[in-house]
Design a protein around this ligand. Structure first.
Ligand code: SF4
Length: 233
């Protein structure tokens, strides 16, 4: 089994795992090519810059100071059994394990579920727009299967959508929220699309990007569908 490939590390964060102080490991490789990806250097599977054993040694020094370790990417589950084994070892140290995932690997998620305490699952856009946004038409179906896998665990999670106006309209956001409500999701997060230097072709205006957050009726309607909705501007 190839060891996991770590391409980035954040040593301290308060926003990547709910109500826990966490470190984030960014694993290399992703099956999607989202137009707005802020980590495009992590998309191709390649050797990671961080030695996993040294990272584990460092994590041992953080026991009692950090509460959780979040696996992000790229798409961490792309690394399959190597990831699951590494998660097991990190969890053995006493950390809660978080996972940020695009949901492309439901079978791997099912195998990892015993070692993961919380996930943040990306619902990128409506099914018919997934191909244009991510380069993979099938990714929506995989994501829904991952959602079903996680719902069956009964563990905590949130589903989030990044509202890039090129791929998500207000109607789309309502459709997504209604779909999630009907599937029994309790925690939803709506994230503002923030252009960055890697996405130089974007042609959106600040008003277009803010429209989801300034529409009080839309917000109230979505708020009523879930136990908790986080509006990340
Ligand atoms: S799923 Fe995430 S890491 Fe992969 S291409 Fe999309 S934004 Fe980038």
């Amino acid at each position: 089994m190839r060891e996991i490939q770590i391409g980035g590390l954040v040593s301290f964060t308060t926003i990547d795992y709910p109500e826990k102080l966490a470190a984030v490991l960014f694993l290399v490789g992703c099956p999607l090519h989202c137009v707005y990806c802020s980590n495009p250097h992590l998309i191709p599977l390649h050797d990671g810059e961080y030695d996993p054993e040294k990272v584990l040694e460092w994590l041992k020094s953080r026991v009692g100071k950090l509460e959780a370790v979040v696996f992000s990417g790229g798409e961490a589950l792309m690394q399959g059994d190597a990831l699951i084994e590494y998660m097991r070892r990190v969890r053995e140290l006493g950390f809660a394990i978080g996972l940020h995932t695009n949901g492309f690997y439901p079978e791997t998620l099912a195998r990892a579920a015993d070692y993961v305490d919380w996930i943040g699952l990306d619902y990128k856009t409506t099914r018919n727009k997934y191909g244009d946004l991510s380069g993979q038409n099938i990714a929506h179906d995989h994501m829904i299967r991952s959602l079903d896998v996680w719902l069956a665990t009964g563990k905590d999670f949130e589903v989030r959508v990044t509202c890039d106006p090129r791929f998500v309209t207000k109607l789309d956001l309502m459709e997504i929220a209604t779909d999630l409500h009907n599937r029994g999701v309790k925690k939803f997060a709506v994230q503002k699309y923030i252009p960055h230097f890697e996405d130089s072709t974007h042609n959106t205006t600040p008003e277009q990007r803010a429209q989801f957050f300034t529409d009080k009726n839309l917000r109230a309607t979505i708020d009523a569908l879930f136990d908790s909705v986080t509006w990340r501007e």
